[in-house]
Design a protein around this ligand. Structure first.
Ligand code: PFF
Length: 466
């Protein structure tokens, strides 16, 4: 472990930070809307299978690489072999791309949190019953307003990361994650007790095998896989970076189980917060990406006097979840720069590094916000709006390629003994070695290759899975 960078104060603190990285817009926005568009229960089933056979072992592999090298991603991969340095670079660039659009979307959440508060006070800055689709378009096409919220979100991220691993990230996550859980419970209780909510529960949990007619299930499988590894923050530097701050006495195997488990529980809870209310208000569950900002806002508007309170709570919790993810993304970058400085024999100043990177981040996130999901008049990139293009490079290509190669490297090059040496430190045991190595060698590479194809299919509409 590189002690000048910091170390988690406790395993609970590490878990809150790692679960915080995993739980984000992917769970609270992506999971419900993709589930809504992919037949509900079948999507959930595929998601769970892939989380166990692919997500868990990649999480295990990444935590092990992180802790064994004690470095940021570039140095971590290079210290395994110079040949793997390019993977480190990919894992370093990827969070920068994700952060650019993540901060912009985080800004959207902040705007909606405040707008619902405005409705509660009957203020002019509330939604005020405007048609929710119109309200959303008016907001995101106003580049200045969207940029201001994105920059505020970025500044909060920088302030937390600047304070260090245990004093900033861990301290914040230890409060934010339990708070998020409680808020989610409150919103779920309201949703499932609305008359008509049962439709949403059936939609989520009643076995529905319709997608198994024909080849539709392949596309559902690919979508569930893509969602799974993004949601678990895999395939780029986050988990490796957080693993590097983990003390040798902690049990990596148990932690690697808890993180996907908690992430999946929150994703299902997000579904419970959304679908019963959507059904109760007679709205469309397959609303696509508009589910969070259009459908749900309409649900709150239809709830009467209590609507703004629950709207405020829901958007606040999504905002918190996005923040614990964005700090993990930024930490990847900061830790790499600290490594580089130290390699050159300089004293690394975390504050300065965070502020300078923060400025770069503000420029990037303003570009994404001003592009207004392609309606802001900026030139298209390969035919994509800026947000989609950044998403294509990161989530579409770099993350699945990174996770695919990582599983091959551990499964076939580094091998079981290398894993065992790190996992069995200080009396810990590796109980599921055979299962994990089998998955790392065979199932994860095949699964990730399929997910990569699914991502490219989704972005370029190649029609491979339809
Ligand atoms: N897992 C986060 C989410 O579900 O929104 C997104 C994310 C965070 C992806 C950190 C990758 C990452 F490294």
């Amino acid at each position: 472990m590189n002690s000048s960078k910091g170390e988690w104060g406790s395993n609970f603190g590490f878990l809150m930070a790692a679960v915080g990285s995993a739980v984000g817009l992917g769970n609270l926005w992506g999971f419900p809307y993709k589930m809504g568009m992919n037949g509900g229960f079948a999507f959930l089933l595929f998601y769970l299978i892939l989380a166990v056979l692919v997500g868990y072992v990649i999480m295990l592999g990444e935590l092990t690489i992180g802790r064994s090298t004690g470095k940021g991603v570039i140095a971590a991969y290079s210290s395994l072999s110079k040949k793997y340095a390019f993977l480190g670079w990919m894992a370093f660039l990827c969070p920068i791309l994700i952060l650019a659009f993540y901060c912009s979307l985080g800004g959207y959440c902040l705007k909606y949190t405040i707008a619902n508060l405005g409705d509660f006070f009957g203020a002019s800055w509330g939604v005020n019953g405007v048609d929710t689709a119109e309200y959303f378009v008016n907001f995101y096409t106003n580049g200045l307003e969207a940029s201001i919220f994105a920059v505020i979100f970025s500044i909060i991220t920088v302030i937390i990361v600047m304070r260090g691993v245990s004093g900033g990230i861990e301290k914040f996550s230890k409060v934010a994650m339990p708070a998020l859980f409680v808020l989610l419970l409150v919103v779920i209780v309201r949703g499932v007790t609305l008359p008509g909510a049962i439709g949403g529960l059936k939609f989520m949990f009643a076995p529905n095998w319709e997608v198994f007619n024909g080849s539709g299930w392949v596309s559902v499988l690919a979508t569930a896989g893509g969602q799974m590894f993004f949601s678990l923050s895999l395939g780029m530097g986050c988990i490796i970076t957080y693993g590097a701050y983990l003390s040798k006495k902690e049990n990596i195997e148990v932690n690697a189980l808890i993180i996907p488990f908690a992430d999946t529980v929150v994703a299902i809870m997000a579904g419970l917060a959304v679908f019963p209310a959507v059904f109760a208000m007679g709205m469309e569950p397959a609303g696509g990406p508009g589910l969070l900002f259009i459908t749900l806002q309409a649900v709150f508007d239809a709830m009467g006097a209590a609507g703004p309170i629950f709207g405020f709570l829901l958007y606040l919790l999504v905002f918190i979840a996005a923040l614990t993810s964005s700090i993990s993304l930024m930490e990847v970058v900061v830790s790499v720069i600290i490594d580089r400085k130290e390699e050159k024999g300089c004293v690394a100043n975390r504050k300065n590094i965070s502020v300078i990177f923060g400025l770069i981040l503000c420029v990037l996130t303003i570009l994404i916000s001003v592009d207004s999901l392609g309606e802001g008049g900026l030139p298209k990139l390969l035919g994509f709006c800026w947000l989609d293009f950044f998403d294509l490079l990161s989530e579409g290509i770099m993350m699945p390629v990174g996770a695919l190669l990582m599983s091959l490297i551990i499964g076939w090059k580094l091998g079981e003994n290398w894993m065992r040496e790190e996992l069995c430190q200080e009396g810990n045991q590796w109980k599921m070695a055979k299962f994990s190595m089998f998955c790392l060698k065979f199932i994860a590479p095949v699964g990730m290759a399929m997910i990569l194809l699914g991502q490219l299919d989704g972005f370029f509409k190649l029609g491979i899975f339809s």
